[in-house]
Write a protein that binds this ligand. Structure first.
Ligand SMILES: Cc1ncc(C[n+]2csc(CCOP(=O)(O)OP(=O)(O)O)c2C)c(N)n1
Length: 282
C-alpha cells in the first residue's frame, strides 16, 4: 500500500497538472514539458526543498534553478501551492505586461525566482557558481537543485559546467534531467543523438541515478537517498519521463511542446488526467 506521503504528493501533482491545463485555456504555455516535469517538481517543492516562504532570500534556503526556464508556469504553480503567493495571481498575471510571471522564469519580476532563465544551457553553469560559493567560501550545507531538459543537453555550456562540478567536488549540487526524449520540434535522437545521458555524466565523474520521473514514489526514494551535501561528487538524477504526461492526446506528441487549448481539448485533457491520475498511478 502507498504511504500517506506518496498519496498526498500524487494528489498535489494532479492539482498542479490541472492548474496547468486551466492556464493553457487562457495562455499558450509549454504544456508538454510542464507536464513531464510536474511530478519531479512536486516532490522537490512540496516535499524536499528547504525554503522560507516569508523570505525568498533567506541565506539558509536550498537554491533551485529552473534551467529549462520555459517551464515557468509549472514553477509558479508549485510556489503558489507552497504559499509564496496566491494561485489566482498566476492566472491573472502570467505573461501579462507588468505582471509578476513571465513566460520564462524571471527574477526581476518575481522575487521567488532564484535566477532568470529561458536561454537554455545557462542554469547549470550558474548553479555551479552558486554551489561553489556556498561550499567553498561560506562553508554552508544547503543543496543547489537544478532542473534541465534533455534537449538542453546539446548546449556546450552544460558540459563545461559538468566538468567543473566534478573538479570542484560539488556534492551539494543535484541536477534533475527531464528525459522525455522530445524537444521543441522533434525527437532528441533525430536532432542531437545524445545517447545514454547517464553514462555521459558518469564518464564525467558524476554520481548518476536513473528513475521513472513520472512516478512519485521513485522520485521520493531518489531524494530521500541523496548523498549528503558535504560529500564530494555532484549527483544527476536522470528522470525518464513522458512529454505531456497524463494527457493521452499530448503524450509523446511534439505538437504539444507549447500551445493553448480549446474548451473541447480541455475537457478531454481533464478526463484523461482523472482517469490516469498521471501516467503511473494505480
Ligand atoms: C539557447 C536556446 N536555444 C533555443 C531555445 C528555444 N527552445 C525553447 S524550449 C526548446 C526545447 C528544449 O527541449 P528540452 O530541453 O528537452 O525541454 P522539454 O522538452 O523538457 O520542454 C528550445 C529549443 C532556447 N530557449 N534557448
Amino acid at each position: 500500500m502507498k504511504s500517506k506521503i506518496i498519496q498526498d504528493l500524487e494528489n498535489k501533482s494532479l492539482i498542479i497538472k490541472t492548474n496547468l491545463l486551466n492556464l493553457a485555456t487562457k495562455e499558450s504555455i509549454h504544456i508538454g514539458g510542464d507536464l513531464s516535469s510536474a511530478d519531479i517538481m512536486t516532490v522537490l517543492w512540496q516535499y524536499k526543498i528547504k525554503y522560507n516562504i516569508e523570505d525568498p532570500k533567506d541565506e539558509n534556503r536550498d537554491r533551485f534553478i529552473l534551467s529549462k526556464g520555459h517551464a515557468s508556469a509549472l514553477l509558479n504553480f508549485e510556489q503558489s501551492m507552497l504559499g509564496c503567493f496566491k494561485e489566482e495571481l498566476v492566472y491573472s498575471e502570467y505573461a501579462k505586461d507588468g505582471g509578476m510571471f513571465a513566460m520564462h522564469a524571471c527574477d526581476l519580476k518575481n522575487p521567488y525566482v532564484e535566477v532568470s532563465t529561458g536561454s537554455l544551457g545557462h542554469g547549470l553553469p550558474i548553479a555551479c557558481g552558486i554551489a561553489m560559493g556556498l561550499k567553498l567560501k561560506q562553508n554552508k550545507k544547503n543543496y543547489v537543485y537544478v532542473l534541465m531538459g534533455d534537449g538542453e543537453q546539446s548546449e556546450g555550456s552544460v558540459w563545461e559546467a559538468a566538468m567543473n562540478a566534478v573538479k570542484y567536488k560539488l556534492g551539494n549540487l543535484v541536477v534533475f534531467i527531464d528525459n522525455n526524449n522530445l524537444e521543441a520540434d522533434g525527437s532528441i535522437n533525430d536532432i542531437t543523438s545524445l545517447g545514454d545521458i547517464g553514462n555521459k555524466y558518469k564518464a564525467f565523474g558524476w554520481n548518476v541515478i536513473n528513475i521513472n520521473g513520472n512516478d512519485i514514489e521513485s522520485i521520493v526514494n531518489a531524494v530521500d537517498n541523496l548523498p549528503k551535501s558535504d560529500s564530494e561528487i555532484p549527483t544527476v538524477v536522470v528522470a525518464h519521463t513522458i512529454k505531456g504526461c497524463g494527457v493521452t492526446f499530448m503524450e509523446n506528441n511534439v505538437r504539444w511542446h507549447a500551445g493553448k487549448i480549446s474548451q473541447e481539448q480541455y475537457d478531454m485533457a481533464i478526463s484523461s488526467l482523472q482517469n490516469k491520475g498521471g501516467a503511473n498511478n494505480e
